[in-house]
Design a protein around this ligand. Structure first.
Ligand code: ADP
Ligand code: MG
Length: 292
Protein backbone atom coordinates (compact mmCIF):
# COMPACT_ATOMS: atom_id res chain seq x y z
CA UNK A 1 0.00 0.00 0.00
CA UNK A 2 1.13 3.59 -0.61
CA UNK A 3 2.06 5.31 2.66
CA UNK A 4 -0.35 8.07 3.55
CA UNK A 5 2.50 10.62 3.61
CA UNK A 6 3.09 10.02 -0.10
CA UNK A 7 -0.57 10.46 -0.92
CA UNK A 8 -0.56 13.71 1.05
CA UNK A 9 2.72 14.87 -0.51
CA UNK A 10 1.47 14.13 -4.02
CA UNK A 11 -1.72 16.05 -3.27
CA UNK A 12 0.27 19.03 -1.96
CA UNK A 13 2.34 18.92 -5.12
CA UNK A 14 -0.77 19.03 -7.30
CA UNK A 15 -2.04 22.04 -5.35
CA UNK A 16 1.26 23.77 -6.14
CA UNK A 17 1.21 22.84 -9.82
CA UNK A 18 3.72 19.99 -9.40
CA UNK A 19 2.52 16.69 -10.85
CA UNK A 20 4.36 13.54 -9.75
CA UNK A 21 3.98 10.60 -12.13
CA UNK A 22 4.15 8.03 -9.30
CA UNK A 23 5.27 7.38 -5.71
CA UNK A 24 8.84 6.70 -6.81
CA UNK A 25 9.13 10.22 -8.24
CA UNK A 26 8.31 11.91 -4.94
CA UNK A 27 10.58 9.46 -3.06
CA UNK A 28 13.59 10.05 -5.32
CA UNK A 29 13.43 13.84 -5.81
CA UNK A 30 14.97 14.56 -2.37
CA UNK A 31 18.22 12.82 -3.41
CA UNK A 32 18.95 15.07 -6.40
CA UNK A 33 22.29 16.86 -5.90
CA UNK A 34 22.66 18.23 -9.44
CA UNK A 35 20.09 20.12 -11.49
CA UNK A 36 20.71 20.04 -15.25
CA UNK A 37 18.70 22.76 -16.96
CA UNK A 38 18.01 23.02 -20.68
CA UNK A 39 18.57 26.62 -21.80
CA UNK A 40 16.01 27.42 -24.48
CA UNK A 41 12.46 27.37 -23.15
CA UNK A 42 13.54 26.32 -19.65
CA UNK A 43 15.89 29.08 -18.41
CA UNK A 44 14.82 31.44 -21.18
CA UNK A 45 11.29 32.26 -22.29
CA UNK A 46 11.71 30.20 -25.45
CA UNK A 47 10.21 32.96 -27.58
CA UNK A 48 13.26 34.37 -29.36
CA UNK A 49 13.15 37.70 -31.16
CA UNK A 50 15.21 38.89 -34.15
CA UNK A 51 17.44 41.74 -32.96
CA UNK A 52 20.34 42.21 -35.42
CA UNK A 53 20.95 41.89 -39.16
CA UNK A 54 24.53 42.18 -40.42
CA UNK A 55 25.35 42.02 -44.14
CA UNK A 56 28.94 41.77 -45.44
CA UNK A 57 30.46 43.76 -48.30
CA UNK A 58 28.00 46.68 -48.26
CA UNK A 59 25.07 44.43 -49.16
CA UNK A 60 21.57 45.55 -48.20
CA UNK A 61 20.63 44.02 -44.82
CA UNK A 62 16.99 43.76 -45.99
CA UNK A 63 18.07 41.58 -48.94
CA UNK A 64 20.06 39.37 -46.60
CA UNK A 65 17.13 39.03 -44.22
CA UNK A 66 14.83 38.14 -47.16
CA UNK A 67 17.15 35.26 -48.11
CA UNK A 68 17.43 33.99 -44.55
CA UNK A 69 13.67 34.21 -43.93
CA UNK A 70 12.94 32.41 -47.21
CA UNK A 71 15.08 29.45 -46.19
CA UNK A 72 13.76 29.42 -42.61
CA UNK A 73 10.10 29.65 -43.64
CA UNK A 74 9.83 25.84 -43.78
CA UNK A 75 11.64 25.22 -40.47
CA UNK A 76 9.76 24.67 -37.21
CA UNK A 77 12.71 25.70 -35.04
CA UNK A 78 12.01 28.60 -32.64
CA UNK A 79 14.96 30.49 -34.19
CA UNK A 80 13.32 30.14 -37.62
CA UNK A 81 10.00 31.41 -36.29
CA UNK A 82 11.77 34.45 -34.81
CA UNK A 83 13.58 35.23 -38.06
CA UNK A 84 10.49 34.93 -40.27
CA UNK A 85 8.43 37.06 -37.84
CA UNK A 86 11.25 39.64 -37.74
CA UNK A 87 11.33 39.85 -41.54
CA UNK A 88 7.54 40.29 -41.71
CA UNK A 89 7.66 43.00 -39.02
CA UNK A 90 10.19 44.88 -41.14
CA UNK A 91 7.84 44.68 -44.15
CA UNK A 92 10.23 42.49 -46.13
CA UNK A 93 8.87 40.41 -49.01
CA UNK A 94 9.96 36.81 -48.44
CA UNK A 95 10.77 34.94 -51.69
CA UNK A 96 9.92 31.27 -52.21
CA UNK A 97 12.55 28.65 -51.39
CA UNK A 98 13.01 25.21 -52.87
CA UNK A 99 14.96 22.08 -51.94
CA UNK A 100 14.59 22.91 -48.26
CA UNK A 101 16.52 20.64 -45.92
CA UNK A 102 16.87 20.88 -42.17
CA UNK A 103 20.03 19.78 -40.37
CA UNK A 104 19.05 18.94 -36.78
CA UNK A 105 20.90 20.96 -34.16
CA UNK A 106 22.75 22.94 -36.85
CA UNK A 107 20.47 24.84 -39.21
CA UNK A 108 18.90 24.70 -42.66
CA UNK A 109 19.80 24.57 -46.31
CA UNK A 110 17.71 25.68 -49.32
CA UNK A 111 17.75 27.18 -52.80
CA UNK A 112 16.47 30.76 -53.01
CA UNK A 113 16.38 32.81 -56.25
CA UNK A 114 18.78 30.31 -57.80
CA UNK A 115 21.27 30.58 -54.94
CA UNK A 116 22.39 27.84 -52.55
CA UNK A 117 21.89 29.23 -49.05
CA UNK A 118 23.15 27.71 -45.83
CA UNK A 119 21.91 29.11 -42.51
CA UNK A 120 22.88 28.06 -39.04
CA UNK A 121 25.76 27.70 -36.62
CA UNK A 122 29.52 27.55 -37.17
CA UNK A 123 29.42 23.76 -37.22
CA UNK A 124 26.99 23.76 -40.17
CA UNK A 125 29.04 26.21 -42.23
CA UNK A 126 32.36 24.60 -41.34
CA UNK A 127 30.94 21.22 -42.33
CA UNK A 128 30.27 22.65 -45.80
CA UNK A 129 33.81 24.10 -45.90
CA UNK A 130 32.65 27.72 -45.73
CA UNK A 131 35.34 30.02 -44.26
CA UNK A 132 33.54 31.72 -41.36
CA UNK A 133 36.51 33.84 -40.19
CA UNK A 134 35.10 37.14 -41.51
CA UNK A 135 31.93 36.57 -39.46
CA UNK A 136 33.68 35.53 -36.25
CA UNK A 137 34.07 38.95 -34.64
CA UNK A 138 30.43 39.96 -35.20
CA UNK A 139 29.24 36.52 -34.05
CA UNK A 140 31.33 36.81 -30.87
CA UNK A 141 29.87 40.26 -30.11
CA UNK A 142 26.32 38.90 -30.38
CA UNK A 143 27.20 35.87 -28.24
CA UNK A 144 28.79 38.05 -25.53
CA UNK A 145 25.36 39.66 -25.30
CA UNK A 146 23.70 36.26 -24.78
CA UNK A 147 22.28 36.33 -28.32
CA UNK A 148 22.38 33.45 -30.78
CA UNK A 149 24.29 34.27 -33.97
CA UNK A 150 22.77 32.63 -37.04
CA UNK A 151 25.30 32.63 -39.89
CA UNK A 152 24.51 32.85 -43.61
CA UNK A 153 26.50 31.50 -46.55
CA UNK A 154 25.44 32.06 -50.16
CA UNK A 155 26.87 29.77 -52.83
CA UNK A 156 29.59 28.62 -50.45
CA UNK A 157 30.71 32.11 -49.36
CA UNK A 158 30.03 33.84 -46.02
CA UNK A 159 27.41 36.60 -46.52
CA UNK A 160 26.40 37.81 -43.10
CA UNK A 161 24.57 36.90 -39.95
CA UNK A 162 21.50 37.66 -37.89
CA UNK A 163 21.21 37.90 -34.11
CA UNK A 164 18.35 36.40 -32.14
CA UNK A 165 17.71 37.12 -28.46
CA UNK A 166 15.75 34.89 -26.12
CA UNK A 167 15.30 36.75 -22.82
CA UNK A 168 15.69 34.79 -19.59
CA UNK A 169 12.49 34.21 -17.64
CA UNK A 170 11.92 36.77 -14.91
CA UNK A 171 12.34 34.29 -12.06
CA UNK A 172 15.11 32.06 -13.44
CA UNK A 173 17.88 33.66 -11.36
CA UNK A 174 15.79 33.28 -8.19
CA UNK A 175 15.18 29.63 -9.09
CA UNK A 176 18.93 28.99 -9.40
CA UNK A 177 19.57 30.73 -6.06
CA UNK A 178 16.93 28.55 -4.38
CA UNK A 179 18.61 25.42 -5.80
CA UNK A 180 21.98 26.61 -4.43
CA UNK A 181 20.35 27.17 -1.03
CA UNK A 182 19.27 23.51 -1.08
CA UNK A 183 22.90 22.52 -1.74
CA UNK A 184 22.60 21.58 -5.42
CA UNK A 185 25.05 22.19 -8.22
CA UNK A 186 23.31 23.82 -11.21
CA UNK A 187 24.33 22.92 -14.77
CA UNK A 188 23.07 24.33 -18.09
CA UNK A 189 22.84 22.08 -21.15
CA UNK A 190 22.24 23.47 -24.64
CA UNK A 191 22.85 23.01 -28.32
CA UNK A 192 23.63 26.70 -28.56
CA UNK A 193 27.13 28.17 -28.96
CA UNK A 194 29.44 28.15 -25.92
CA UNK A 195 29.82 31.92 -25.64
CA UNK A 196 26.07 32.55 -25.92
CA UNK A 197 25.40 29.87 -23.31
CA UNK A 198 28.03 31.27 -20.94
CA UNK A 199 26.62 34.80 -21.20
CA UNK A 200 23.15 33.53 -20.28
CA UNK A 201 24.59 31.30 -17.52
CA UNK A 202 26.35 34.29 -15.92
CA UNK A 203 23.09 36.21 -15.82
CA UNK A 204 21.31 33.56 -13.76
CA UNK A 205 24.23 32.25 -11.65
CA UNK A 206 24.71 28.81 -13.25
CA UNK A 207 27.80 26.86 -12.01
CA UNK A 208 28.70 24.81 -15.07
CA UNK A 209 27.85 24.99 -18.79
CA UNK A 210 27.53 22.12 -21.27
CA UNK A 211 27.23 23.88 -24.64
CA UNK A 212 27.14 22.84 -28.30
CA UNK A 213 25.62 19.53 -27.24
CA UNK A 214 23.85 17.79 -30.10
CA UNK A 215 20.24 16.79 -29.37
CA UNK A 216 21.12 13.08 -29.51
CA UNK A 217 23.98 13.61 -27.02
CA UNK A 218 22.03 15.26 -24.18
CA UNK A 219 21.17 11.90 -22.56
CA UNK A 220 24.84 10.81 -22.73
CA UNK A 221 25.89 14.03 -20.95
CA UNK A 222 23.43 13.24 -18.15
CA UNK A 223 24.80 9.68 -17.94
CA UNK A 224 28.34 11.13 -17.69
CA UNK A 225 27.36 13.24 -14.68
CA UNK A 226 25.75 10.14 -13.11
CA UNK A 227 29.00 8.24 -13.70
CA UNK A 228 30.74 10.98 -11.64
CA UNK A 229 28.43 9.88 -8.81
CA UNK A 230 25.93 12.70 -9.20
CA UNK A 231 22.17 12.25 -8.80
CA UNK A 232 20.70 14.25 -11.59
CA UNK A 233 17.42 16.08 -11.91
CA UNK A 234 17.08 17.04 -15.58
CA UNK A 235 14.72 19.86 -16.50
CA UNK A 236 13.60 20.42 -20.08
CA UNK A 237 10.75 21.36 -22.38
CA UNK A 238 11.59 20.10 -25.86
CA UNK A 239 11.36 16.94 -27.93
CA UNK A 240 15.16 16.95 -27.95
CA UNK A 241 15.20 16.82 -24.13
CA UNK A 242 13.05 13.65 -23.88
CA UNK A 243 15.86 11.04 -23.84
CA UNK A 244 17.80 13.08 -21.23
CA UNK A 245 14.67 13.39 -19.08
CA UNK A 246 14.28 9.61 -19.19
CA UNK A 247 18.00 9.06 -18.40
CA UNK A 248 18.04 11.34 -15.34
CA UNK A 249 17.37 10.10 -11.80
CA UNK A 250 14.40 12.45 -11.92
CA UNK A 251 13.15 14.03 -15.16
CA UNK A 252 11.21 17.26 -14.74
CA UNK A 253 9.24 18.64 -17.69
CA UNK A 254 8.22 22.25 -18.03
CA UNK A 255 4.41 22.15 -18.30
CA UNK A 256 4.34 24.61 -21.17
CA UNK A 257 6.67 22.34 -23.17
CA UNK A 258 6.04 19.62 -25.72
CA UNK A 259 3.93 16.51 -24.97
CA UNK A 260 6.91 14.24 -25.65
CA UNK A 261 8.92 15.92 -22.89
CA UNK A 262 6.00 15.63 -20.45
CA UNK A 263 5.50 11.94 -21.28
CA UNK A 264 9.20 11.22 -20.67
CA UNK A 265 9.29 12.99 -17.30
CA UNK A 266 8.70 11.85 -13.71
CA UNK A 267 7.49 15.28 -12.66
CA UNK A 268 5.67 18.02 -14.58
CA UNK A 269 6.02 21.63 -13.43
CA UNK A 270 2.78 23.26 -14.53
CA UNK A 271 3.90 26.84 -13.86
CA UNK A 272 6.75 26.66 -16.36
CA UNK A 273 8.99 28.33 -13.79
CA UNK A 274 12.32 27.08 -12.40
CA UNK A 275 10.93 27.83 -8.94
CA UNK A 276 9.08 24.52 -9.27
CA UNK A 277 12.33 22.55 -8.93
CA UNK A 278 13.30 23.66 -5.40
CA UNK A 279 9.66 23.28 -4.38
CA UNK A 280 9.67 19.70 -5.71
CA UNK A 281 12.81 18.84 -3.72
CA UNK A 282 11.55 20.45 -0.51
CA UNK A 283 8.24 18.61 -0.85
CA UNK A 284 10.02 15.29 -1.38
CA UNK A 285 12.29 15.86 1.64
CA UNK A 286 9.33 16.81 3.87
CA UNK A 287 7.26 13.85 2.66
CA UNK A 288 9.99 11.27 3.31
CA UNK A 289 10.70 12.75 6.76
CA UNK A 290 7.08 11.96 7.60
CA UNK A 291 7.58 8.31 6.66
CA UNK A 292 10.66 7.47 8.70
P1 ADP B 1 18.70 24.06 -28.10
O1 ADP B 1 19.34 22.95 -27.31
O2 ADP B 1 19.21 25.40 -27.65
O3 ADP B 1 17.17 23.98 -28.07
P2 ADP B 1 19.02 22.94 -30.86
O4 ADP B 1 19.66 21.63 -30.56
O5 ADP B 1 17.62 22.93 -31.34
O6 ADP B 1 19.20 23.97 -29.62
O7 ADP B 1 19.91 23.70 -31.94
C1 ADP B 1 21.28 23.93 -31.68
C2 ADP B 1 21.80 25.04 -32.54
O8 ADP B 1 21.66 24.71 -33.93
C3 ADP B 1 21.06 26.37 -32.40
O9 ADP B 1 21.54 27.11 -31.30
C4 ADP B 1 21.38 27.02 -33.72
O10 ADP B 1 22.68 27.58 -33.69
C5 ADP B 1 21.40 25.87 -34.71
N1 ADP B 1 20.09 25.71 -35.39
C6 ADP B 1 19.23 24.68 -35.24
N2 ADP B 1 18.15 24.84 -36.04
C7 ADP B 1 18.32 26.01 -36.70
C8 ADP B 1 17.56 26.75 -37.66
N3 ADP B 1 16.40 26.34 -38.15
N4 ADP B 1 18.09 27.92 -38.11
C9 ADP B 1 19.28 28.36 -37.65
N5 ADP B 1 20.03 27.73 -36.76
C10 ADP B 1 19.58 26.56 -36.26
MG1 MG C 1 14.50 23.66 -25.12
Amino acid sequence: ATPLAIVVGTGKGATNGILFRNAEAIETARRIDTAVLDKTGTITAGHPVLTDVVALDGQDPDDLLALVAAAEADSEHPLATAIVAGARDRGIRIPAASRFQSVTGQGVQATVDGHEVLIGNTRLLAGARVQTGVLAERAAALAADGKTAVLLAVDGLPAGLVGVADPVKEDSAAGVTALHDLGLQVVMITGDARRTAEAVARRVGIDRVLAEVRPEDKAAEVARLQAEGRRVGMVGDGINDAPALAQADVGLAIGTGTDVAIESADVTLMSGSLAGIPTTIRLSRATMRNIR
